[in-house]
Design a protein around this ligand. Structure first.
Ligand code: FAD
Length: 467
């Protein structure tokens, strides 16, 4: 029987990063993945394919709506949706095969099959050919991720009532896509299809979209997406979703409790994801899970069985690829005897719509709730020369700083390239910068990052220069 120092179950961004870091630290490492491709949800049916479609549809949208204004005539423009989906597939293939390379480069043994605990140091691998191989591992990292969840009364037929996975491989552009759930995934995919010509209706139970984010972001994003043609029904409680053959009928109660009905050809159910532990054999060794199905861990991401750890979407916290990656690195280093640490407050959250939305640290709502005395500095994108030059004037940057010490406590931005710009806020906050610190640093002109500097100036005695 082959013996390992560490075995990782699940090869998503949490698992493969954990395996690489373990190998870098000199540990004999194996990784078990049930699918034939590595990369997990993120690379196969999540972050990467959704961004590929967002980019393709963005080009199409620009060509149809904005090129003329730039003086570019486009005659005979057409949409080849099949090619768009095929290109997305190529991007996924390149990215997942890159992980194969990383596994072999780092001498990590890869097993294809479903891993399950035989006991606390032995794992059975049920392989696609029906055989079972048992390996021994001193330590195991569970990184089995998550799956789309649904509401108890909705049956996902995956034909017309679909999850994000099917929405990434449709054969046609929907005529009317009914998105249930106004969170990140629903909005990103909703925008893809709206740009390609679908009518898109977003139904959200809470009174605002992207409910966990700062209220300014929800409001600005909804305003912007509405201008682009998406329809929003917030405060609506969905009561049924029925596939009638060639159509989907969704019923809901509106804000006042009156019944309303929506008819479309597809309904995307994007109401969240559930931690995935099916088939792992957790009961065989008594690993404790929470009532939401997450594996319970301590601050070192150690389960109740001390030689078994869990990371990523399968444990508590934000369901984000970069959070899973940080946890993979942390656990590998902890196992190797180091003393790593993650600042969970500084894991940024991003929505890759256009305008992009990005945030880190506390929201205004959280600061109010915690009774923190804070001050606000905001700066509108439209006041930037860079934004006007590229006709991307929607959005703003908002900086929240401690009223006494001026330390930056939260940064919330919506606008072009916010997903990349948020890194500046993360660095500043990691080094506990004050708003004045950032406001005194030179930001290249003309760039969108000037909005961060200006918002910091606004937070420092209302000193913004360009409004
Ligand atoms: P996963 O990526 O889910 O990987 C778990 C792996 O474990 C899977 O490959 C699974 O097959 C395998 N597995 C499960 N059980 C077993 C078993 N018993 N034996 C062997 N293998 C097993 N996050 C971002 O940060 N940015 C984004 O832009 C973003 N976009 C997204 C878009 C969509 C449409 C979706 C659905 C998700 C998106 N996410 C995004 C979330 C991101 O994909 C997840 O947070 C991330 O993949 C979690 O990583 P993980 O390693 O914990 O698990």
């Amino acid at each position: 029987m082959t013996k390992y120092d560490v075995t990782v179950i699940g090869a998503g961004p949490g698992g493969y990063v954990a395996a690489i870091r373990c190998a870098q630290l000199g540990l004999k490492t194996a990784i078990i993945e049930k699918y034939s491709t590595l990369g997990g949800t993120c690379l196969n049916v999540g972050c990467i394919p959704s961004k590929a479609l967002l980019d393709s549809s963005h080009h199409y949208h620009d060509a149809t709506k904005h090129f003329e204004k730039h003086g570019i005539g486009v005659e005979g423009l057409s949409l080849n949706f099949e090619q768009m989906i095929a290109r997305k597939g190529e991007v996924v293939d390149q990215t997942t095969s890159g992980i194969d390379y990383l596994m072999s480069k780092n001498n990590i043994d890869r097993y294809e099959g479903v891993g399950s605990f035989f006991d606390t140091t032995h794992i059975n691998i049920a392989k696609p050919d029906g055989s079972v191989e048992k390996i021994e591992s001193a330590k195991t990292i569970i990184a089995t991720g998550s799956k789309p969840s649904t509401l108890p009364f909705i049956s996902l037929d995956k034909k017309r009532v679909i999850t994000s996975t099917e929405a990434l491989t449709l054969k046609e552009v929907p005529k009317h896509l009914i998105v249930i759930g106004g969170g990140v995934i629903g909005l990103e995919l909703g925008q893809v299809y709206a740009r390609l010509g679908a009518e898109v209706s977003v139904i959200e139970y809470m009174p605002k979209i992207v409910p966990g984010m700062d209220a300014m972001l929800s409001k600005e994003l909804q305003k912007s997406l509405k201008k682009q043609g998406l329809k929003f029904f917030v405060g609506h409680k969905v009561t049924s979703v029925t596939n009638t053959g060639d159509e989907v009928v969704v019923t809901a109660d509106d804000k006042k409790g009156n019944p309303v009905e929506f008819k479309g050809d597809y309904s995307l159910i994007s109401v969240g994801r559930r931690p995935y532990t099916d088939g792992l054999g957790l009961n065989n060794i008594g690993i404790v899970t929470t009532e939401r199905g997450q594996i319970e861990t301590n601050e070192h991401l150690q389960t109740n069985i001390p030689n078994i750890y869990a990371i990523g979407d399968v444990v508590k916290g934000a369901m984000l690829a970069h959070k899973a990656e940080e946890e993979g690195t942390m656990v590998a280093e902890f196992i190797a005897g180091e003393k790593p640490h993650i600042n969970y407050n500084l894991i940024p959250g991003v929505v890759y719509t256009w305008p992009e939305v990005a945030a880190v640290g506390k929201t205004e709502e959280q600061l109010k709730e915690e009774g923190v005395n804070y001050k606000v500095g905001s700066f509108p994108m439209r006041a930037l020369g860079r934004a006007r030059a590229s006709m991307d004037i929607d959005g703003q940057v908002k900086v929240l700083a401690d009223a006494t010490t001026d330390e930056i406590l939260g940064v919330h931005m919506i606008g072009a390239r916010a997903a990349d710009m948020i890194a500046e806020a993360v660095v500043a906050m990691e080094f506990r910068a004050s708003a004045e610190d950032v406001s005194r640093m030179s930001h290249a002109h003309p760039t969108y990052t000037e909005a961060i500097k200006e918002a910091c100036l606004a937070a420092t005695d209302d000193r913004a220069l360009h409004v």
